[in-house]
Design a protein around this ligand. Sequence first.
Ligand SMILES: NC(=O)c1ccc[n+]([C@@H]2O[C@H](COP(=O)([O-])OP(=O)(O)OC[C@H]3O[C@@H](n4cnc5c(N)ncnc54)[C@H](O)[C@@H]3O)[C@@H](O)[C@H]2O)c1
Length: 369
Amino acid sequence: MKKQSKRIGLAIVGAGRVGLIRGELAARHPAVDWIGIAEINPERAKLVAEKVGADFVTADFQELIARAEVNAVVVSTDEHLHVDPVLAAAKRKLPMLIEKPLATDLAESASVLAAIEKAGVDAVIGYTQRFRRRWLVAKEKVRTGSLGEVTMVTSRAFMNRLVAIDNYRRSDNPAEISPMVISGTHALDVVMWLMEAKTPAEVVAHSVNKALGPTWKGIDGTAYMITFSDGAVYHGVISWALPEIWPGAVYSLEIGAVGTEGVLTIDDTHRDIVLATNLVQGEGYAPDKRRYVDFLTSYPVGDMALGELRGPMREETNSWLNRVALGVPTQHATAAEGHNRLMLTKAIDLSARLKRPVKLPISPDDEKQ
Ligand SMILES: NC(=O)c1ccc[n+]([C@@H]2O[C@H](COP(=O)([O-])OP(=O)(O)OC[C@H]3O[C@@H](n4cnc5c(N)ncnc54)[C@H](O)[C@@H]3O)[C@@H](O)[C@H]2O)c1
């Protein structure tokens, strides 16, 4: 670790919801001297530049990344638009925080990972949940052997369909939107992080599409089972088709891990903090006026309180800025882990589509079946 902090000139590519959060946090970080923003939507660019106090604003991310002041980059464009800015930043050998998923296409994800590795840059992926105390405690207990050998893990991710509808609305190709790739990847990352010593060998999965299918041509949810080379089993379910009036506004997760010596269960359903009110609320990711009851804190990013975001994305952003400034180690997912998670979510979707088990890992050619 360095004693003297490096000064940071930060480029933020994509100033949407997440770009704004990262930018507001960076603006208060003591090592950040300069912030530039690239955003293709001019009104949004103006609004975020004002909120963040940006030093430079452009619609062209190439122009931003080429600026001499820039020595670190946040890539917070839409899920399928990370590739070009990441390649541009890798070319300049700049450290990066890339929002999940690394890419949405497996071949693109592989080529992005290759470019990052060839450039030797420190690129991490924003799997925000790794910054929550509960998942860190779980990680520590599994890592230090409290469960003995982990043999079975289960995860249940239940999401309000407001998130799914928002995603389908933003795309003209619903076949591109997969609950596993967009949202299931968070639960998958937590479990694979717990199981990181193990090698996934095969997956079998099934999807259903009766609630979101008719209107949105989308998938309601997917159930999958991954087997590991040592015989361990991970069973997971993601549904993002819960009704709009379900009190959880965004994400709820339960995980159970069983080992030869112990068991660990984690209830992250947010039922421990309930708000009921006659007044319309603006909670969560895509607020809806039919919701009068809320399991608070289900928005994975965090919550606004006293004018600031409180929660894991704050920890994650500040931690990454410290990593860049001081060289301190952090628990961010690496680019290789990001690629692995995309590969696994694609393999799960492939098994569901082919209706048969799929050997892991898969390559882009396997997807052409
Ligand atoms: N870690 C988490 O908990 C979490 C939560 C929400 C979103 N995310 C991820 O963050 C990313 C962004 O999500 P969001 O909700 O902020 O989306 P968003 O739609 O609010 O923001 C994306 C922004 O990128 C801009 N953009 C697109 N292409 C661009 C380009 N070439 N140059 C400059 N700007 C461009 C868009 O105009 C938009 O403003 C996604 O990958 C998403 O999966 C992560």
